[in-house]
Design a protein around this ligand. Structure first.
Ligand code: ATP
Ligand code: MG
Length: 339
């Protein structure tokens, strides 16, 4: 056996510790070769007066392992606390946000049974670069920054993802009929890179009609690559119509470091009750296993998870009024089906 791969793990706030325990239990039972190194980030750390929520030991661990599996964090209201996700993303140069949105109809009812798409969102540029000016008391300005290297990197990531994950098509969303320079550059780079991947189909949509089509016929899409703001909106639309806000995971990828998580928040309303759904974090962990070169364990877990929900073992949020199981029971059911 090869040495175990060290990973940094943040158990988070609210339901975080419960769903992390369930997720790590499943990974271990599936034979994933990982060695978690636990760090404290989030609420506890913010409340010690650290405005980023991330202590030095956490950065040290992350720089060493280069992989973070993170449960949801609560950012305390008010008081100038910075979003931990934004801090990590900026400090570590996590330029790509990758979010699969899949329909699990009929187990989890959904209007789009064939939906199975992945959104690859640029994560550093665009209107999120934080360049804002107040020109006069009544006029403010916000700059949209798009660079050729930034565009190349994210678009190449989308095509490489497609190739590695056996996906057939990459679609680009832009508004270059209006923003001829910024969106125009992104679109131009998309066409150049698409030409390097003749095995993968490519097409483009003006973002307004593209979003409408995601909402109406998501099955038309496979991989979507887009700018930061459009990607933010498209990700939420897609997760919502897949009915999988509690089920979806996401990856934030940089040149050196990557972070994996569930897309939902810390759900303080159900924390400590043992009823939270660990599936979103588990899906993040599955993406992590692929990233660190353990695709067999990833596939084994994914198949066991699918079998579990097909057998009707569902947490409350998935069962929607039908009989439900708790977090631990759900995790045991997945472990039993690892085969
Ligand atoms: P945040 O500000 O951290 O994003 P939020 O309130 O916007 O929090 P969530 O924490 O995602 O959003 O919760 C939204 C709703 O979904 C809550 O009612 C919560 O209980 C429920 N929910 C979220 N995640 C889960 C989960 N894993 N299992 C069960 N229910 C969940
Ligand atoms: Mg929220």
């Amino acid at each position: 056996m090869a040495d175990k791969r060290q990973i940094t793990v943040a158990t988070g706030d609210g339901i975080g510790p419960e769903i992390m325990e369930a997720t790590l239990h499943i990974l271990e039972q599936a034979g994933a070769e990982i060695e978690p190194e636990f760090i404290d980030v989030g609420e506890k750390v913010y409340l010690t007066g650290n405005s980023t929520g991330i202590p030095q030991e956490a950065w040290d661990s992350l720089r060493r392992t280069k992989v973070l599996l993170k449960a949801p964090i609560t950012t305390p209201q008010g008081g100038g606390y910075k979003s931990l996700n934004v801090t990590i993303r900026t400090a570590m140069g996590l330029y790509a946000n990758v979010r699969p949105c899949v329909s699990y109809h009929p187990v989890i009812e959904n209007k789009h049974p064939e939906m199975d798409l992945v959104i690859v969102r640029e994560n550093e540029e665009d209107l999120y670069s934080g360049i804002e000016h107040q020109q006069t008391p009544d006029v403010v300005q916000s700059l949209k920054l798009i660079s050729r290297p930034g565009s190349e990197r994210i678009i190449r990531h989308a095509f490489e993802y497609a190739r590695q994950n056996n996906r057939k098509k990459v679609s680009c969303l832009v508004k270059d009929n209006i923003m001829k320079l910024s969106d125009g550059l992104f679109h131009q780079v998309f066409k150049e890179i698409a030409a390097e991947y003749p095995d993968i189909e490519s097409n483009s949509y003006i973002v307004d009609i593209g979003m409408a089509r995601i909402a109406d016929s998501p099955e038309e899409f496979d991989v979507i690559v887009t700018l930061n703001l459009y990607g933010d909106i498209a990700s939420d639309i897609a997760a919502q119509i897949a009915g999988s806000v509690g089920l979806a995971g996401s990856a934030n990828i940089g040149d050196e470091i990557a972070m994996f998580e569930a897309i939902h928040g810390s759900a303080p309303d159900i924390a400590g009750k043992g009823i939270a759904n660990p599936s979103g974090l588990l899906h993040g962990a599955i993406m992590m296993l692929v990233h660190i070169g353990q695709p067999e364990a990833a596939e084994k877990i994914h198949n066991a998870w699918l079998k579990t929900i097909e057998d009707g073992m569902l947490t409350g949020d998935m069962a929607k009024g039908k009989e439900a199981v708790g977090t631990k029971e759900f995790a045991h059911a997945v472990v039993e089906r690892l085969g």
